[in-house]
Structures are given as C-alpha cells and as structure tokens.
Design a protein around this ligand. Structure first.
Ligand SMILES: [Ca+2]
Ligand SMILES: [Ca+2]
Ligand SMILES: [Ca+2]
Ligand SMILES: [Ca+2]
Length: 442
C-alpha cells in the first residue's frame, strides 16, 4: 500500500515532535544522572574531607606524644621515674579546628590518658617456660609450642611443635624460629586461640571499645562489666626492647671500649676502681648485673686481679653503681627483648614472672606504694628492707626501672560528623630520633 502525500506530510511534524521529546527525555535522564552523581561525589567528597580531618587529628595526637617523649628523653628528670609519662599525659587530649583527639589506654578497670608502656608487660620472646605456665589457660603443649616457635632450632620439645606440625596443616606455614614480632603472630602458634591472646580486647588496641563491653549484643563475647579483660595481651608484649640510651638521654658508654679515665670521669671513681671496672669488663664474661651482685673488691679478687696500688679496692657507692648501670652497657645486644619496668608493671603482671619469688614480689608491691616518684634506678631496691644484693641482682635479670617503648592508641574525631579514625602507634626511644615501629589505622 502506498502512503498518500498528505498523510506523509501530516506524519512529518508528529515524527519531529517525537524526536524532540525523545531528545528532551534523554537530556532529562542525563541531567538527573549528572545531578545524582555530582551529589554522590559531593557527599563522597564531604566524607573524604571528614575522614581526612579525623585522620589528621589522630596524627596530631601521635605527633604531640612523640614530641613530648623526645623532650623527656633528652631532658630527663632524674628524680621522677614517671616524668616521661606525665609529659605525654599532658598532651593526651587536644583539639584542632573542627576536630579533636584523645590518647588513652584501659588499665585495671580505668581509662588512663597517654600511651601504654610496653615495659609494663613481659616480653614473650624472653619468657621462661615457668613464667609461660603461669598465664591463664596455659597448657604444656601451648607453652612448648610457643618456645619452639621462638627458638632457632628445629628440635621439637616434648609437647611442642616445629616445622612438621605447621607444614601438615591444610594451609601450611612455617614457625618464625626467631623473636615474635606481634601478638597476632602468637595466634599462629599451634593450639593458641585468639580468645587467650585478646580476651575482650578483640582489636588489640588496649582500649575498652563499645562492642567489647556490650555482652553478646555484638562480637566479641564479653561480660559487660566496664572492665577490659584483655587476656594475655594485658600481661605480655612483643614490643619492649632492651638497652637504649642512658638515663641521662646520652648514648651509653660501651664499657669494654673505653679507658679507665673515661670511667673515672663518668663514675667519679678513684684510679684503682676505674682500672678494675675496665679490666673486669675486658674479661668478656661479666654483665652489669655482676657488679650489682658482687662488690668491686670481691669481684676483682674472684677474677685474680689486684689494684696496682696494692690496697684493697673501695666498693662502688650506690650512687656510682646507679650511674654504672644507667649509663653504660656491657655485652647487651641492641634490640634484644626488653625487661619489665618495676614502676609500671601491674601487681597482677608481676605474678606472671616466675623468676621473682613471691616474697620479693610482695616486698616490691608494698614498697613501691610509698614512692610517688618511683624507682629511678634498680639500685634504689638495695635500700628496701628484705631485699639483699643477690635478690636485687636476680631481679635485674628480668626487670629494670626504665621504658624504651610506648604504644599510643590515638583516636581522632571530626566534631561535626562524629567520624573517628584510630591510630595505634608503637614508639621506640631506644635511639633518637624516636622511631615509629608500627602504625595500625582504622
Ligand atoms: Ca624452633
Ligand atoms: Ca579494644
Ligand atoms: Ca560484645
Ligand atoms: Ca569485661
């Protein structure tokens, strides 16, 4: 059938109208799409800015903490063992333009301002089997597996686990055969459950978070008592490090490498004493702890040495001994696992060190209550009734009174939106400038 010209003419405008309508419709769709996407982008942009503001607030808190820790390290208050903590507590709360931050830690049922002291916990890499066995829920197989994980060899302990146990898993992996680097790594050890390691502190940030204090309402399970039960993580760490700078903030004098006159200047000793210290150090078999255990004259005699003057050696005074232990180093390896700090470890934490006899522990717990400025040297303990030189020297094997490493949990907050960003940062002042060992952000 042929189409009449009229009909054809009449069809033309309505076809044009359809095209126009179609174009309009498409344009409308494009405009709506553009509006929606630019709205989305604007929202995303606002969210990004919000997040950025919270993140930078957290970062500001971390930087303020680092600055104060650095200041306290180079300008130490030698009369107050808690001076560095006070410095950091002082900047633990801060506000910026439209945002704020807080650095805090949950300890023994309280929220405290400032970072956590890694030396208030026992370094698991230096823990004896006896101490491991004192931890809650610990069993022989887990203790042996932890020791096997850390020791260099592939000899499996009686109840332990080495390469073979991990290689036969469905997803095989290998033990470290070296120091553990984090508590998350501890969870890789055969038969270690995350519940043991973390308790209620599921995100291992040292802070009681809302989901960790709401019972079964959200993961993890907790008893909603307002107190953070952090499992082993409350008592053990992988972060603390030994050695570091002297109490004065200067690098330690490496004893075997210095002259008698250097020692005399540092310790204010007579020439016989300083010669004896250097000669004993050169032997290579002694540690600083030996000078704490045995007086200088006996130590020299035991090692077949005589003063060049022929007179008996004068003992080092407690003051000289404190400088010797606080400002020198003898045979310690840099980066070795840190000792616990007797000023900051909790009463409960002390109970997990099998090396400390119960009577000594009780003596320290009682004595330190009366010292608002803490012990500024391990030598202070020689004056405590009931503690002998031997006892204090034994204690010095696992404990000291100084901390090199702190872990700051800093939460930054954008005030308008309430958006928060948390940074958990490990700070090491064993060398200067302070080193950030790890950052976790969420
Ligand atoms: Ca091993
Ligand atoms: Ca937590
Ligand atoms: Ca919960
Ligand atoms: Ca609880």
């Amino acid at each position: 059938m042929s189409v009449s010209p009229r009909a054809n003419r009449a069809a033309r405008p309505s076809f044009a109208t359809a095209i126009v309508l179609w174009i309009l419709a498409v344009a409308t769709v494009i405009v709506v799409e553009l509006q929606t996407s630019s709205f989305r982008e604007a929202t995303a942009g606002r969210e990004a800015v919000t997040l950025l503001r919270a993140r930078w607030a957290a970062r500001a808190g971390v930087e303020a903490t680092i600055a104060r820790l650095g200041f306290a390290t180079v300008n130490p208050d030698l009369t107050d063992a808690f001076a560095a903590e006070f410095e950091m507590e002082d900047v633990a709360l801060g506000s910026l333009d439209g945002s704020s931050y807080i650095v805090r830690v949950s300890t023994e049922g309280d929220d405290m301002l400032g970072p956590a002291d890694a030396h208030a916990k026992i370094n698991i890499n230096a823990m004896s089997r006896e101490s491991l066995m004192l931890l809650p829920f610990m069993t022989d197989d887990v203790a042996d597996a932890i020791l096997d994980w850390i020791d260099e060899d592939e000899d499996t302990r009686v109840f332990g686990a080495e390469f073979g146990s991990y290689a036969s898993q469905r997803h095989p992996y290998e033990p470290r055969n070296g120091p553990m680097r984090s508590l998350l790594e501890l969870e890789q050890v055969s038969n270690v459950l995350p519940d043991y390691v973390r308790g209620e502190d599921w995100n291992l940030n040292g802070v009681l978070d809302p989901n960790e204090n709401d019972g079964d309402e959200s993961w993890p399970p907790d008893n909603a008592d307002g107190i953070l039960d952090a499992g082993w993580s409350a008592f053990v760490t992988t972060r603390s490090v030994g050695g570091g700078l002297g109490e004065s903030g200067e690098a330690r004098m490496e004893l075997p490498l210095v002259s008698a006159s250097d020692v005399a200047r540092l310790l204010n000793t007579d020439s016989d004493q300083s010669e004896a210290v250097v000669n004993l150090a050169i032997l290579g078999s002694l540690t600083l702890g030996d000078f704490l255990r045995t007086d200088l004259n006996t130590l020299a005699q035991q090692n077949g040495m005589q003063a060049s003057s022929g007179r008996p050696l004068r003992s080092l005074s407690n003051e000289q001994l404190a400088v010797l232990l606080g400002e020198t180093t003898l045979g310690e390896q840099a980066g070795s696992p840190g000792k616990v700090n007797l000023n900051t470890i909790s009463d409960d934490g002390l109970a997990y060190l099998a090396e400390i006899p119960i009577s000594v522990r009780d003596t320290i717990i009682f004595d330190r209550k009366g010292r608002s400025q803490g012990y500024t040297s391990i030598v202070d303990l020689l004056d405590v009734a009931g503690l002998t030189r031997d006892r204090v020297a034994d204690l010095y094997e696992v404990a000291d009174v100084r901390s090199n490493v702190y872990v700051a949990t800093c939460r930054g907050r954008d005030e308008r939106s309430g958006v928060e960003v948390e940074m958990v940062v490990t700070l090491d002042r064993s060398t200067l400038p302070i080193i950030i060992r790890e950052v976790r952000t969420r």
